[in-house]
Design a binder for this molecule. Structure first.
Ligand SMILES: Nc1ncnc2c1ncn2[C@@H]1O[C@H](COP(=O)(O)OP(=O)(O)O)[C@@H](O)[C@H]1O
Ligand SMILES: [Mg+2]
Length: 580
């Protein structure tokens, strides 16, 4: 029962990927046609052999001998040409399928909410997009034509053997299943090992990705040797698994080979007995043996195809899991959120990341367009969470967030985010020029708009001091800039698209306080209709806001003018004691 349901689910899984073959239908038919031509031609050769042994050689006819040689030589040339053409077509199909599958997988990944990515690692994604998809595509291109060809070759070979000698054909059919016994026994062990190997390889890639993206931490803590040891430990684990798997595979092939020879020997022995008893001509036995040898080769093809398919299905399951996740909600066209002013309203918001810990409880907050509201509160109180909710990165559990009276939840999350400027504490930049980084969120921005934004973010001074100015390439890990400079670029990037709402989440924490105040003043002056929501731990920056929203507990906050809160709220005064 278990086996049947497993087979059913494997078929369902395979179907999910076989549809990718649809656009290559015609080419697949051509491949099948060419392959059949080659098979038919190669199957004629034993007939020629029989003719050669039984008729040409006894008659000592040189002309007939030459014709046989010319015919079989031409057949070989044609078969080789067809084989190469078929391989070329298969390769083309494989690459097209890989393109289709990778594009689809990548765009599905891009459609998932941010929360989904939090439980995944970059290495895992890269592995699925590179190794798993290749593992799927290889058997996918082969399975249909090869199954058909294998089926054709087996039936024709048996039919011909049957035509030559019924008894030998029946014995061959009865003995054939024995050839597959070793594979049946060993495939379960191999399947488990292949899955384990995929996981080990993925973990190695994950590990490397993490080490290289945290290389500054590795270097600054002098932990290089530990990482070298850990990397080689992981490599060794995979190596010994691969070697063990190879051993099992060899044992399986060895047993199959022995059985192969045994079956071959039995049929040959029986054939010889039938020659002695005058029931078979030597030429016919020669032809039968050649067809049998072909059948033995088919056996190898079947095993290789089966193993590739099992490996492919392991990857199919891993990729299918990702393809079938739920995309970000709120993609209804009619609810597209066009931010025209930038009024924000949080209405009775409840939110928790996990079931049992409420981060935000019954929160209400109104922000009028063009105002600057500063969020303040202890680390971990939920300031970043609030900004994540506003930008639709996470979904609220209950309540409503309205931007210009349209619920954020209903709008396409990505579309609404593209209209909000959101600068994080960690300035994320691309390995590209400063100019391209600045126009990332507004690709059509002019040079003037870019320099104006850089000026407002106090970035133009340091950019102009660089030898290549705006064309400076930031390099990997943006190693050429200080953290404060990177933060200035991140703010400038958000300003280039002139959003109606700008969120700055500790976005100036690595700058000196003068720069922070200056940037805030510039933004208020140059982008006066922008609604500004900032998070800062500096009292000087909080004082620049129209209102301070002081988050005290998950269900308690105070909103007032900065000077009023500073003067009247004891908890606020305690938190900023050193700065008052
Ligand atoms: N993805 C997450 N999963 C679970 N808990 C989280 C996640 N992100 C943040 N938290 C928790 O939510 C709380 C609020 O975090 P955050 O909004 O980042 O605080 P703040 O920005 O005020 O320092 C913290 O206790 C934090 O540990
Ligand atoms: Mg935070």
């Amino acid at each position: 029962m278990g086996n049947i349901s497993k087979i059913k689910s494997q078929i369902r899984l395979a179907k999910e990927f076989i549809i990718y073959l649809a656009p290559c239908k015609r080419r697949l038919l051509i491949i099948i046609f060419f392959s059949l031509c080659a098979v038919i031609m190669s199957m004629l050769n034993p007939f020629l052999l029989k003719y050669l042994i039984d008729s040409v050689l006894p008659a000592k006819n040189i002309r007939s001998l030459l014709s046989v040689l010319v015919i079989s030589g031409s057949a070989f040339t044609l078969i080789s040409a067809i084989k190469n053409l078929r391989e070329y077509l298969e390769l083309k199909t494989r690459h097209e399928l890989l393109f289709a599958l990778n594009s689809r997988l990548f765009s599905r990944m891009q459609s998932y909410p941010y929360q989904w990515f939090r439980s995944k690692s970059a290495g895992e994604m890269v592995f699925k997009l590179s190794s798993d998809t290749s593992q799927i595509v290889y058997p996918l291109t082969k399975i249909l034509p090869h199954t058909l060809i294998i089926f054709f070759r087996i039936s024709v070979s048996f039919a011909i053997i049957f035509y030559f000698d019924r008894m030998l054909a029946v014995i061959s059919i009865l003995l054939a299943p024995f050839l597959y016994i070793p594979h049946y026994i060993f495939i379960r062990i191999l399947e488990k090992a292949w899955l384990e190997s995929v996981i080990l390889s993925e973990n190695i890639l994950n590990y490397l990705q993490e080490v290289f993206s945290n290389i500054l931490l590795v270097k600054s803590s002098g932990r290089e040797t530990d990482h070298i040891n850990e990397y080689s430990r992981r490599l060794k684990a995979r190596m010994s698994l691969e070697i063990k798997t190879r051993k099992t595979d060899s044992l399986s092939s060895f047993t199959a080979d022995i059985l192969n020879k045994l079956v071959f020997g039995i049929i040959l022995g029986l054939g010889l007995v039938r020659i002695i008893s005058g029931r078979l001509s030597p030429g016919t036995l020669g032809a039968i043996i050649t067809y049998l040898a072909m059948l033995m080769n088919i056996h190898r093809d079947i095993i290789a195809l089966y193993q590739n398919t099992v490996q492919g299905l392991i990857s199919c399951a891993r990729v299918s899991q990702i393809l079938n996740e739920k995309p970000e909600t709120g993609t209804a066209q009619e609810a597209e959120l066009k931010i025209t002013k930038g009024n924000i309203e949080f209405k009775n918001i409840d939110f928790s990341y996990t079931e049992n810990k409420n981060i935000i409880k019954n929160l209400n907050l109104n922000i009028k367009h063009g105002n600057h509201v500063a969020l303040a509160g202890q680390s971990g109180i939920g300031k970043t969470t609030l900004l994540h909710l506003l930008s639709g990165l996470y979904e609220i559990k209950s309540g409503e967030i309205l931007i210009d009276n349209i619920p954020v939840k209903k709008a396409s999350a990505s579309y609404s985010r593209s209209q909000i400027g959101y600068v994080l504490q960690q300035p994320l930049l691309w390995n590209d020029t400063i100019k391209n980084n600045l126009r990332y969120e507004a690709p059509m921005a002019s040079d003037e708009e870019i320099t104006a934004a850089a000026r407002a973010a106090c970035a133009d001074i340091f950019i102009n001091k660089l030898p290549e100015k705006y064309l400076t390439h930031l390099g990997g890990n943006n190693g050429k800039l200080s953290e404060g400079e990177k933060q200035k670029l991140a703010i400038a990037r958000a300003l280039v698209k002139k959003p109606k709402i700008l969120l700055l989440d500790e976005a100036m924490s690595s700058m000196d306080s003068n720069s922070e105040e200056k940037v805030l003043e510039n933004i208020r002056r140059s982008y006066s209709d922008m609604t500004l929501l900032t998070v800062s731990h500096r009292l000087s920056a909080l004082k620049k806001a129209d209102y301070v929203c002081f988050m005290i507990q998950n269900d308690k906050m105070v909103i007032d003018k900065p000077e009023v809160i500073t003067a009247n709220n004891r908890e606020f005064r305690d938190l900023f004691l050193g700065q008052i």
